[in-house]
Ligand binder design. Structure first.
Ligand code: SAM
Length: 250
């Protein structure tokens, strides 16, 4: 199955880095706080990070008491940043696609993936491999772009707006048509994969995961007061989080 490495495209990489460097962005306001709220106790744990990017999270796992971290990523540019800015003897960065993790030596106690799985076509294959690599009772925590975002095909307007351009509601279409979507984000031809909620949950259950918690973060009153534009998240959350546990009950 196809694997795109868009983060090694110079224009994409620069655009993405500039976005993440902004103090106010959806990652800092919603994604990271939700991931942290769902984070299990990492004391003494062996961690696998799928799509670790520039490694900030890998360094954070150590601060939370993890004994070792393996961070894998398909992008050499992202790994260069990780090795330069977030190196530690307890972290191993590997240039590897998450579709290929069967070659890793486990087990891991916790697998984490932040905003990377929507780039993967073979979701079921990756989920099965994560299950194989986890110790019994191990935790798999991931975030991805929300299915109400990934379903957008580029056809028609994504939002209905009022006469001032304010978003009134999402125009949901093609939700039940799963598979590849090509969008423009810094560059044309960025590939992502859409899956419905039921496919996501059923794939995890079939692999032997028990769902512990799901989250779709939206703006708190405090955030809304400072950044009213994030009212949009009440119409369409940007992110979906799943926390699941490996079990042999299935
Ligand atoms: C949006 S970034 C998130 C990076 C990091 N997890 C974070 O939250 O800061 C997505 C990352 O997933 C990586 N990625 C995309 N497809 C991948 C694949 N098939 N296997 C491994 N990494 C992949 C990209 O190279 C990129 O570093």
């Amino acid at each position: 199955m196809a694997k795109q490495n868009i983060f090694d495209n110079d224009t994409f990489f620069e655009g993405y880095q500039a976005l993440r460097e902004k103090e106010v962005n959806a990652n800092n306001l919603f994604e990271l706080p939700t991931l942290n709220a769902l984070m299990p106790d990492l004391t003494g744990k062996r961690i696998l990070d799928l799509g670790c990017g520039s490694g900030e999270r890998c360094a954070d796992y150590l601060k939370r008491g993890a004994v070792s971290v393996v961070g894998i990523d398909i992008s050499e540019k992202m790994l260069e940043v990780a090795k330069r800015e977030n190196a530690d003897p307890a972290i191993t960065y590997l240039h590897m696609a998450m579709e290929d993790i069967a070659s890793l030596e486990g087990p891991f106690d916790v697998a984490i993936s932040s905003l990377a799985l929507h780039y993967v076509e073979d979701f079921a294959g990756v989920i099965e491999k994560v299950h194989d690599l986890l110790s019994e009772g191990g935790i798999f925590l991931f975030s991805q772009e929300h299915p109400f975002s990934t379903c957008y095909t580029g056809k028609g307007e994504r939002w209905t707006r009022d006469e001032n351009g304010k978003k009134i509601h999402l125009n949901l279409a093609d939700y039940c048509i799963e598979g590849k979507r090509e969008t423009t984000w810094f560059v044309d031809g960025v590939q992502r994969y859409h899956r419905t909620f039921s496919t996501t949950v059923n794939t995890l259950a079939k692999a032997g995961f028990q769902i512990l918690q799901m989250e779709e973060p939206y703006a708190s009153p405090e955030i809304l007061e400072k950044y009213p534009e994030y009212y949009d998240l009440f119409h369409k959350p940007d992110f979906l989080f799943v926390k699941a546990k490996k079990t042999s009950l299935y």
